[in-house]
Design a protein around this ligand. Sequence first.
Ligand SMILES: NC(=O)c1ccc[n+]([C@@H]2O[C@H](COP(=O)([O-])OP(=O)(O)OC[C@H]3O[C@@H](n4cnc5c(N)ncnc54)[C@H](O)[C@@H]3O)[C@@H](O)[C@H]2O)c1
Length: 472
Amino acid sequence: MTTDDKKAKELQVSRRQLLRTGVGLVGATGAGLLASGLAAGELSSSDPAGFVSPVETPRAANGETMVGVKFEARGTVRLGVIGVGSRGTGMLGNFLAIPHVQVNAICDSVKEHAKHAQEMVEKSSGKKPEIYANGEHDYENLCKRNDLDFIYIATPWQWHAPMGIAAMKGGAHAGLEVPAVVTVEECEQIVETSEKTRRHCLIMENCCYGESELLVLNMVRAGMFGELLHGEGAYIHDLRKIVNEDRSEGLWRREWHTKLNGNMYPTHGLGPVANYMGINRGDKFEYIVSMSSPQAGLDAYREATVPKDSPKWKEKYICGDMNTSLIKTAKGRTIMVQHDVVNPQPYDRINLIKGVKGMFRGYPDRIFFDGQKGEEAYTGLDAYKEQYEHKLWKEHGKDAEDKGHGGMDYLMLLRLVQCLREGLEPDIDVYDAAAWSAIGGLSEKSVAEGSAPQKFPDFTHGAWKQRNGSAI
Ligand SMILES: NC(=O)c1ccc[n+]([C@@H]2O[C@H](COP(=O)([O-])OP(=O)(O)OC[C@H]3O[C@@H](n4cnc5c(N)ncnc54)[C@H](O)[C@@H]3O)[C@@H](O)[C@H]2O)c1
C-alpha cells in the first residue's frame, strides 16, 4: 500500500460514521449538465488528501432511486403552502400568477399571516383555501390532506426537514426553500424518505433560474468553455438590518449566528455552479475544506444600533463573518463557496466558471474566451444572448420582468408547474437538495477541526456516474 493509499484509507469516512457525527447546517442541490472533461467515473489519482478514490456506496436505502423518476402528469396543480411570512407570501403571489395552479391549503403558525394569504388566494381565484394556524405543528394536519399535489415550504430553516418529510409521507411532492435542510443527517433523511415514499423533495433554488445563470449554462452545454476546471459562488449580502429586526427573519435567522460557525446559506451561489459542472450528473462533490474569519460584524452593528437594555446584548455570536470553503469534485475540479451577511458590502454571488477555453464571472457579468479581441480584457454577455439565451427566458422573460428577484422566482415556479403538469422529471431533485445543503454541516465540522477535509456522502448511491444532463 502506498503512502497515498494509506492516507486515503485513514481519511475515508463511511456514510454512517459521517451521519453520526454530522452537525450544523446544510443546504442544497445541484443539477445540470455536464459539458465534458473526464468521462464519468474517471478519477484523478493525484489528489493529496486522498479523497478522490471512488468509495463503494450502498444502494438506495430502499433499493429504489429517485433518479429519472417523473412527476405524474395532471391538468391542475393542487398546492399547499406552509409558511407565509416574507418569502412565502411573495412566492404565493407568483404561484397565483401561473395558470392551472389551485391553492387548497395554507399553514402558518401566526394566524394573521395565514389569513392574509387566504385573502390573497380568495381575491385571485374566488375560492378560500383552508387555513392551518393552530400552533407550530398544525402543518402535520395540512400534510394529511389528500387533495395536495405539491407542498411549498418557506419557514425558518429548522422546520424544513420535518415539514418536507411530513409532506412526502402525506403523499405530496415537497418543495423546500433554501437551504433545503440544516444537518447532514437531515440530508440523509429527506433522501431516504423521498426514495421510500416515491415523492420528490426539491430545493427551491431560484438563482438557478436567473437569466445570466441559464445563459451561461447553455454556453457550458455547447462546450464554449471547454473542459471545466474551477467555479466560484457566494452569498455576500448586507443583512445586518434584516437579521436585527424584531420581525420576519430577525426573529430566527440571527440565532443561527449564535449556533453555527460555517457556511449556513450556501446554495444561491453554489447551485448554478453545480449545474454548470453537472454535479450528481457525471461529477459529484467529494470533500470540502473550510475556514472562517473572525466574528465581528454583528458585534459592531449591535454596538452602533442596539439599545443597551435590549435582550440582544445577551447573545454571543460565534459564526465567523466570512466563511470560505473549497470543494473538490470527483473529476478533480475545484469550487470556492463564500458566505458573509453581516458586513457593509454590495450584493455578490460571484457566479464564476472557468474552463480551458475561457471563463465567465458575474457581478457584473463578464466573459473572456481564448483568442478574444482585446487580449486580456473581459467583454459583456450581450453578444452571446441571441444564440444562447435560455428558452425559458426567451419565451417567458417579458412576463417575469416585473416579478420578484428580477424574474427568476416566477420562472422557477412556471417551470415547476410545467414539469408537474406534463409529467416530466424535476430539474433539480432530492439528491441535489442534499448535496448542496450538506455544505452547512460539513463546513461547520471542517472549521471546528482546523479546516480538516470532510467527505461528502454519496447521496445518489453511485447513480451520479451513469447520469448526465439536466432538463432545465
Ligand atoms: N430563495 C430566496 O431567494 C429566499 C429569500 C428569502 C427567504 N428565503 C427562505 O425562505 C424561508 C422563509 O424565510 P422568510 O424570509 O419568509 O422568513 P419569515 O420569518 O418572514 O417567514 C417565515 C414564516 O414561517 C412561519 N412559521 C414559523 N414556524 C412555523 C411553523 N412551525 N408552522 C407554520 N409556520 C411557521 C412564520 O410565522 C413566518 O410567517 C427561509 O428558509 C429562507 O431562507 C429564500
